[in-house]
Structure formats: C-alpha cells, structure tokens
Design a binder for this molecule. Structure first.
Ligand SMILES: Cc1cc2nc3c(=O)[nH]c(=O)nc-3n(C[C@H](O)[C@H](O)[C@H](O)COP(=O)(O)OP(=O)(O)OC[C@H]3O[C@@H](n4cnc5c(N)ncnc54)[C@H](O)[C@@H]3O)c2cc1C
Length: 443
C-alpha cells in the first residue's frame, strides 16, 4: 500500500487544484491524483492553425475574483474575448437572416413583441425579466423550490408562447428545455448578471492557469493516475487506482464530475441526497468541431460570422478572425444531436458538419476545414459538458452542498453556490478544503 498522506485530492481541474493549494498553504501534506496526462480538466487549450483555441472553458467573467487573483499571482495576462452573440446570423428551416432583421425573416414563426427577439436570446431574455432570484444564494432557500419545475412550464408561465418555446428548444447549452430545471437556469442568469458582457481569456491559453496552479504544488500532482474507488478502513481512507495501487490518506477530496463517479467501484456510505445525485445529475453531451476558414466567407455573404441555426450543426462561434489569412471558428452541437454525431465515425461526422454548414451557409463551401473534433460527452474523465440539473433536483443539490460527508468531501463546478463555471469550481474547492481543515483542527 502506498505511503499515507494527510489528504488525497482526486482530480486536477480548478476545483481540485484550489483545494490542494488551500490545504498546502495551511501546512497540510497533500497529494493530487489526476487521471489524464495533463491538468486542467474542462479547461483545455489547443494549438490551432494560427494560435491557441479553447476546446473547453472560454470566458472569464470580470467578477471571477478568485480566478483573477490566481492569474495575477502567476504573472499571467488576460485579453478580451473576441466574439459575442450580439451580432449573429439566424437560420431557421433554411430561411437565412441576421439577429437584427429577424422580425422580417420569413422563417420567423412568432408574432407580437416576441417576433423581434432572436431565438438565441428568447430564453435568457425571459429569465432575466423579473428574475425572482435577487442574490447568489437565493436558489438554496426553501421558497425557491416553486421554480424547480420544467423550464418549459416556467417560460409559459411568464408569457412565452408555445411557438417561442419550441423554437428556442432547437439549439442551446441545454439538453432539452423541458428536461432542465427552471431554477437552475434562473440561477445561471442571476450569476451572469453579476458580470459585464465583455469577458476575457488568458493570453497563451486558459490552460496556463491550471498549469501554474499545479506548478505551485510541485511534485504533489501525479498525472496518469486514475482513481477507481475510495474505501474506508478504520481511521483511514484507502484510494484505489486503476493499476491496482492503493494509497492511504486521512481525508479525501473528490473533485471530479459526478458523471465519472458512476463508474467507480466503491465510495464510503454517503447521505442519500449525495448518492442519488451521483447517480442521476445529468451532464449534457457537447461536441465541438474546430474549423479553420481559409477565406472570410462572411465577407462573401455579408452575414455575421456567429450563427444560430435550427439545423443539425446548431451554433457557429468565431474564435479568432484574421484580417487576412486563416481564421478559427467552432461549431457547437449540444444534447441529443451531439450524442448522435458522437456515435458516428469521424469521417461521417466531418461530412455531416461540413455538408450542413454548406447547406445553411453556401458561401462556406470550400472555405472551411475541420481541424479538430472535441467531444465532451465521450471524454471519459468529463462525461459531459457541465451539470445541468433536472426539474426537481435543485433542493437535493442545495442539500448536497451543505451535507457534511465526513472524511470524503466533494468539490467541482456542480457543487458551486455563488458562481458558475471556472469560478464556481474554485469556490467549491476552497469550501471542501475548509471543511477538511476544520476536521483536522478538531481531530
Ligand atoms: C465546452 C465548454 C465550455 C465552457 N465554457 C466556460 C466558460 O466560458 N466560462 C466558464 O467559467 N466555464 C466554462 N466551462 C465550464 C468550466 O470548464 C468548468 O466549470 C470548470 O473547468 C470545471 O472545473 P472542475 O474542477 O469542477 O472539473 P474538471 O475541470 O472537469 O476537473 C476534474 C478533473 O478530474 C479528473 N478526473 C476525472 N475522473 C478522474 C479519476 N477517476 N481519477 C483521477 N482524476 C479524474 C479529470 O481529468 C479532470 O482533470 C465550459 C466547459 C466546457 C466543457
């Protein structure tokens, strides 16, 4: 059995790295075990055709206080993210237009005031209007349960028409609107409202941040070390690795998505709310097709580069637009359609994505090629893009965040309270470390 540590942290994403740094700063002996051959998890920067492209997390909100303080401490720089959905092309059942002329688009099935709202903005706009959540912790209050209903029901209750809901359901960051908790999305909109729309990313790639955090931990981060079980043995925890190695620790922080925990062979006994969420919390599939545009096809058709469509390719977002020379973009496919594409071989996926892109945007024919396919649904150490609670799961999530799970604590974006994404992951890591420190102090 491997030599013992005060604490073993499983997962070197932002949550696990933050937990380990907080513990190390308090003088605790900590070992981080990471399954992949790199740190960073759902932050993944790729070397693109003419610079870095983000396959995972892109946008750093200006209120991401923990993250920005790590960026400064590491001597890294941030730069503004180039794209936004403020201007975008809209393609509905073959009818092509822009967000600005959407009201006059013959494919627009809506009437009245709704007709002027581009489909990509229908849900966020309806949720932002009179959001019942005023503060970042309001989602955890018992009164909030009344909004923990299918998002479709909530949208109808605030006056969105059936046609508008059906249209918005065709592409977005969710699996389906009906299968998503309205409270989860109200929480997301409340969180986003605390940051300005202008986001940033790290010069040289967002992955430089987790790398710099791992460097602070020196030799205490082990990559290629997949954990398959955590068991209790007397006063100790035993962490089992895929190659059969066993490492003992006084405490364990499990900072991996619940989706990947489903494959573990053992965890100590947990409160019912936690084990149910481990089994059931959904993580939508999301597959990104990174593209290089050899010529600026958007200048030929006069449409914005960003695009929201009802076609199989759903959304196109630019990453870097060069005045001359190649530009980088990515097609983002989420949910059921992503799972269908994930099931095909790479050649079929390329044919479908390029075929659909050419169909909805003929100027792109012959102008783009796919440089990389990144499937978060098929990524074994992620099991999907992010936690997206079902209707009725939010009270359990609040209880799971509060639950004291003893010598095994959990962290990760799925257990964030006040912020989402990368900042939420850091917040959860800090909380898990604080709980372990409290136990070590009282032990
Ligand atoms: C496409 C995409 C776009 C995004 N865009 C944004 C954005 O713009 N802004 C934003 O703030 N957030 C964004 N996010 C979300 C953000 O990436 C995550 O919220 C955050 O990085 C999660 O950190 P984490 O530490 O909780 O989990 P992860 O980053 O998933 O870290 C978990 C780690 O655990 C490891 N692991 C898993 N299983 C095991 C095991 N058995 N043994 C050992 N190690 C294991 C994994 O390899 C991984 O390194 C995006 C995510 C995706 C996928």
């Amino acid at each position: 059995m491997g030599s013992g540590h005060d604490v073993v942290v499983v997962g070197a994403g932002l949550a696990g790295l933050q937990a380990a740094i907080s513990l190390r700063e308090a003088g605790v002996d900590v070992l981080v075990l990471e399954a992949a051959e790199r740190v960073g998890g759902r932050i993944r920067s790729l070397e693109g055709v003419n610079g870095v492209e983000e396959a995972g997390a892109v946008n750093i909100g200006d209120g991401y206080a923990r993250l920005i303080s790590h960026v400064k401490a590491a001597g890294l720089e941030r730069e503004p993210v180039a794209y936004s959905m403020r201007e975008h092309a809209v393609v509905v059942d073959g009818h092509v237009g822009t967000a600005l002329d959407w009201a006059g688009n013959p494919g627009n099935p809506l009437s009245g005031e709704e007709r002027a709202v581009p489909p990509a903005l229908l849900v966020a706009g309806a949720l932002a209007k009179n959001n019942p959540l005023g503060g970042p912790r309001d989602w955890m209050a018992p009164e909030a349960e009344r909004w923990d209903v299918p998002l479709t029901d909530y949208l109808h209750s605030v006056g969105l028409s059936g046609e508008a809901v059906a249209l918005a359901d065709r592409a977005g960051t969710f699996e389906t609107l009906g299968g998503t908790s309205a409270l989860a999305m109200l929480r997301a909109v409340q969180r986003a409202s605390r940051h300005s729309p202008q986001t940033s990313n790290i010069v040289g790639g967002n992955a430089r941040l987790p790398e710099s955090m791992a460097a602070r931990l020196g030799g205490s981060v082990r990559v290629r070390s997949a954990v398959t079980a955590v068991r209790e043995s007397g006063d100790l925890m035993v962490v089992e690795l895929a190659d059969g190695e066993q490492i003992t620790a006084g405490h364990v922080i499990v900072a991996v998505p619940f989706s990947v925990l489903r494959a573990w062979s053992a965890l100590p006994a947990l409160p019912g709310v936690v084990s149910r969420l481990i089994d059931e919390l959904p993580y939508p599939a999301l597959t990104k097709y990174h593209l290089v545009a050899r010529r600026p096809f958007w200048e030929e058709d006069g449409l914005p580069h960003a695009m929201w469509t009802t076609s199989r390719i759903q959304r196109l977002l630019p990453w870097r637009l060069a005045a001359d020379g190649p530009s980088a973009l990515a097609v983002w496919v989420t949910g059921r359609e992503a799972r269908v594409l994930d099931g095909l071989d790479e050649r079929e996926q390329r044919d479908i994505v390029l075929g659909e892109l050419g169909r909805v945007r003929p100027a792109a024919v012959g102008a783009v090629e796919i440089t990389r396919i990144v499937s978060w649904g098929r990524e074994p150490w992620a099991g999907g893009a992010w936690a997206m609670p079902l209707p009725g799961q939010m009270a359990a999530l609040a209880a799971a965040v509060e639950a004291d799970t003893g010598r095994v604590q959990f962290a990760g974006e799925h257990l964030s309270v006040e912020d989402s994404g990368m900042e939420g992951a850091l917040e959860s890591g800090e909380r898990a470390a604080g709980r372990v420190l409290a136990r070590l102090g009282s032990g």
